[in-house]
Design a protein around this ligand. Structure first.
Ligand code: PAF
Length: 292
């Protein structure tokens, strides 16, 4: 069993045109490869909602902050294709780099507001790179639905706003973060952790969940986040870039818990930058207690 691999935009358009002619519903799952269970869960979700699923694989140079990081990014197309085939995904679109950025390419899609702060503050230009490549993938595939993981929660907001602002007729479907048994959010970066770092890594998710539960239970936001920062440092994370409570709906900063929120964190374990987030749905009693 294998999955067809398409390398050119012309071939992709021909394939999608046949599906469209047959009245089929098309989904896209954008990836940079190095597929893990988190990606595969997006593909399974896409297969439930669409008749045809295109998985894209493109290591997008525009979203990397350093050439070394781009060079170090794992390229495992053969293994990725082998993981997708048994799921029943229909096409792997792995375009040549000149299909995405031909000579003279001069356009950048830049989404203000939701790209600012959080990862945007530490990775200048990153979300412009993401918005540009994802806009192209939406337009190239012409998909009805696109699937993204909540693990990259700010990216999800950037992509949603971009599609809305540019009137791209696509439904963005958010899928829950997939975690290892010990709670660590799945990420291709986890492979970079040493065995002892791998043991410490899940403490981040545990601290985040604990802080989220306390805020939901009425604990004041700022002191709870301060305590969580100390716990993250004590767990071996050398540098915390941010730990913030933001509004679920629009990522606006929140200093009191008065509507559904997301607790988002980025921190470094040795040379590896990990991000994670958890939702805090606003329960009426939590809001009442927080306001008291
Ligand atoms: O989340 C990712 O893997 C990438 O940012 C994406 C959405 C495939 C764009 O390159």
């Amino acid at each position: 069993m294998s999955i067809p691999i398409i390398r050119t935009l012309a071939d992709l358009r021909k394939t999608v045109a046949v599906w469209r002619h047959d009245g089929l519903r098309v989904a896209v799952v954008p990836t940079m490869g190095a597929l893990h269970e988190g990606h595969l869960s997006l593909v399974r979700a896409a297969l439930e909602r669409a008749d045809r699923v295109i998985v894209t694989l493109f290591v997008n140079p525009k979203q990397f902050n350093s050439p070394a990081d781009l060079a170090a990014y794992p390229r495992t197309e053969h293994e990725d294709a082998a993981k997708l085939a048994p799921l029943g995904a229909h096409v792997l679109y792995a375009p040549h780099s000149f299909e995405m950025y031909p000579e003279g390419f001069a356009t950048t899609v830049s989404v203000a507001d939701v790209s600012e702060g959080l990862c945007g503050a530490y990775r200048p230009g990153h979300f412009d790179g993401v918005a540009t490549v994802v806009a192209k993938l939406f337009l190239q595939t012409g998909a009805d639905l696109a699937f993204f993981g909540e693990k990259d929660f700010q990216q999800l907001h950037v992509v949603r706003r971009m599609a809305r602002d540019l009137d791209i007729p696509i439904e963005i479907v958010a899928c829950p973060t997939v975690r290892e048994e010990d709670g660590l959010a799945m990420s291709s970066r986890n492979a970079r952790l040493s065995p002892s770092q791998r043991q410490d890594a899940p403490k981040l998710a545990a601290i985040l969940l604990n802080a989220a539960a306390r805020i939901a239970g009425g604990a004041p936001v700022d002191p709870t986040l301060d305590e969580a920062r100390s716990a993250i440092a004590a767990a071996g994370y050398a540098r915390i870039e941010y730990l913030e409570l933001r509004a679920e709906e629009d990522l606006a900063p929140m200093d009191t818990f008065d509507r559904p929120g997301r607790l988002l964190v980025a921190a470094w374990l040795g040379e590896t930058r990990l991000i994670d987030n958890v939702g805090i749905p606003a329960r009426p009693e939590a809001i009442t207690r927080a306001a008291a």
